[in-house]
Design a protein. Structure first.
Length: 60
């Protein structure tokens, strides 16, 4: 169980770092930042890495 907490923390940190660096990439190539956020979400979602999220009240 302890290793699961570390894994969740690692994945969460990686997503935050990817979001932070995506702004630099978007600025360099002139792409909309929202487009890169959507691509990150698609890559890490159910069809990408397989991260499932079914809690609508937490997302709200």
């Amino acid at each position: 169980m302890e290793h699961a907490i570390y894994l969740v923390t690692l994945v969460g940190t990686a997503l935050v770092v990817a979001a932070a660096f995506s702004s630099l990439i978007a600025f360099r190539f002139g792409a909309p930042l929202l487009l890169l956020f959507l691509c990150i979400g698609l890559a890490t979602g159910t069809d990408g890495l397989g991260i499932e999220f079914d809690n609508a009240s937490l997302a709200y």
